[in-house]
Ligand binder design. Structure first.
Ligand code: AMP
Length: 308
């Protein structure tokens, strides 16, 4: 079975959308990535940091999904990363209200020996220096390194980010962030510029407008499944990344064609994530539900047209 190493936040989130508000609930990039990747037959492990305020039941939830948490450092008396965000009426844009790094401030990640040879490394949204340190600890060159990031890190650690993206294979980034990182408005030009910074493949996530996979002149676009109700988009990007990484780890095929399927799996899983607040929908998502929606995806995008 392939191994998937996941690095990212385990967090408390407080979310407000036009449909309601939450108190502090379970969140974090690594949480969403792990839950999403658990839909594939892979051995996954998380490297992260939390305080002892992080409820044991949250860790148990990850264990129940067969996610190894031996790489999660628990700081005695420390406080877990906290993020709060508010979505606008269109649900595509949000304001970050609070980011409290807490234990994340002095995080020196330690990759467990059993994951130093992971075939796929998914560097979730975290300080780019932390992402870099994880790459340096791998004893065997991974088949694929995927990196996700966000505007926050572009604002506070752009040089570190530029350093780490030279070493990776795939970057997943949302449209606004791609524009910020590249200084280009057109997403095609943005992808081209980001490609020149290092990653062979650029995946631009466009929320309810799907995702674009770009590699040296080749392009693939997957729509997002049109949904009747979207309650909370938090974690959709990470769930996408987890599905993408999980599928690549399971298949161990890094061809462009296979990556198209990874984009579809990522989009498919993300479409569930947004249906309820936080991680709720992902906690009990079944194989059958995933499969049924994949059929819907296929129908949505398949057409036959006779070309002369
Ligand atoms: P997404 O909606 O996919 O962009 O991811 C939302 C998740 O990212 C939330 O669960 C937050 O806890 C987490 N998050 C928000 N800001 C940051 C940050 N600066 N660094 C790492 N994780 C973050």
């Amino acid at each position: 079975m392939s191994k998937l190493l996941i690095v990212g936040t385990l967090a408390f989130d407080k979310i407000e959308t036009p449909f309601g508000k939450t108190d502090k609930i379970l969140g974090g990039a690594a949480t969403y990535i792990g839950l999403s990747a658990s839909h594939f037959d892979v051995e996954s492990g998380i490297v992260s940091i939390i305080g002892d305020d992080f409820p044991n039941e949250y860790l148990q939830l990850l264990h129940n999904k067969n996610i190894d948490t031996s790489g999660v450092e628990i700081v005695k008396g420390g406080k877990t990363f906290f993020w709060s965000g508010k979505y606008h009426n269109d649900m595509n844009t949000r304001d970050t209200l609070i980011t409290e790094l807490n234990t994340l401030e002095d995080f020196n990640p330690v990759v467990p020996a059993s994951f130093k040879d992971a075939e796929v490394v998914m560097l979730g949204n975290l300080h780019p220096a932390v992402q870099n340190s994880v790459i340096d600890q791998m004893s065997v060159k991974p088949k694929m390194i995927i990196l996700d990031t966000m505007n926050f890190w572009m604002d506070v650690a752009l040089d570190d980010l530029k350093k780490v993206i030279k070493k990776i294979d795939v970057i997943t980034i949302n449209d606004e962030e791609a524009r910020q990182l590249s200084g280009e408005y057109s997403l095609v030009n943005a992808a081209k510029k980001i490609h020149e910074m290092g990653p062979k493949y650029v995946v631009i996530k466009k929320g309810e407008h799907g995702a674009l996979l770009v590699n040296e002149g080749k392009m693939f676009y997957a729509p997002a499944l049109p949904l009747a109700s979207v309650f909370d988009p938090t974690g959709a990007g990470d769930t996408f990344a987890g599905g993408f990484a999980g599928y690549i780890a399971k298949t161990e095929d890094i061809s462009f064609n296979n990556m198209k399927n990874a984009v579809i799996y990522g989009s498919n899983l993300a479409s569930f994530c947004v249906e309820k607040f936080g991680t709720e929908r992902m906690q009990n998502l079944t194989k059958d539900e995933v499969l049924q929606r994949l059929h819907q995806f296929k129908e949505l995008t398949q057409f036959e047209i006779e070309l002369e």
